[in-house]
Design a protein around this ligand. Structure first.
Ligand code: CA
Length: 229
């Protein structure tokens, strides 16, 4: 599970980071709002811990930006203010939880755990097969049905396909694809990913030249859509 931690106070940031890492979360830290938005656009996160008082963009503005493109990722606000007006403002802007400083680390960890449990879709990990249009994919056996009839996907094809389908309707950046499918050690060129997408269109699109399911989002990445209508 990857967590984006946005906090400008170094002491708090480091203590929270260390404690989350001890719980086996992967933590990416940002010390201001602009960086937070940049990281969010480039990478995948399962949860965001967001300080309200930040230099440049405050936590509320960061939350608004994130919610424009993602309504699902859970967000916990951290704030020194403890007025009910602030709470309401925060929650209205799409936060899922709210913690007032100073807070107990145990409480933060508990809320992180609960939110992740609540938002992890039960079928996400167990997605073993998927059908769309006239196509079918079995992620366990790599067997697929599509334009070529019945055929077998390569392991990488199956991984990339599963990633895109897990994040249906969401733009998946090239960086996220590299991270999830290729890992950190091997870096294929962007063209390699493009070629995978071209293959998917040949396998699964009615007209590969006019893709309905595997869309490119110029300069950002790719998006799987089940039904454009
Ligand atoms: Ca702050």
């Amino acid at each position: 599970m990857r967590i984006l931690l946005v906090e400008d106070e170094e002491n708090i940031r480091e203590v929270v980071r260390i404690n989350l890492e001890m719980e086996d979360y992967e933590v990416i830290a940002a010390e201001d709002g602009r960086k937070a938005i940049k990281f969010f656009r480039e990478q995948h996160f399962d949860l965001i811990i967001l300080d309200v008082m930040l230099p440049e963009l405050d936590g509320f503005q960061v939350c608004e930006q994130i919610r424009l493109s993602n309504l699902e990722v859970p967000i916990i606000f951290l704030t020194a203010k403890d007025t009910s007006a602030d709470r309401i403002a925060g929650l209205r802007r799409g936060a899922d939880d709210y913690l007032t400083k100073p807070f107990h680390l145990e409480e933060l960890l508990l809320r992180v755990r609960n939110l992740l449990k609540r938002t992890t879709k039960p079928n996400e990990e167990s997605l073993t097969s998927y059908s769309f249009g006239n196509n079918k994919v079995d992620f366990k056996t790599y067997q697929a049905e599509g334009n070529p009839g019945s055929f077998t996907l390569t392991k990488k094809e199956a991984m990339l396909l599963k990633l895109l389908i897990d994040r249906k309707n969401e733009v998946v950046s090239r960086q996220q694809i590299l991270q999830s499918v290729w890992g950190y050690d091997v870096y294929p060129s962007t063209r390699t990913i493009d070629n995978f997408i071209l293959s998917f269109r040949k396998y699964f699109e009615e007209d590969p030249k006019v893709p309905q399911h595997f869309l490119s989002v110029r300069g950002v990445g790719y998006k799987f859509v089940e039904d454009r209508g």
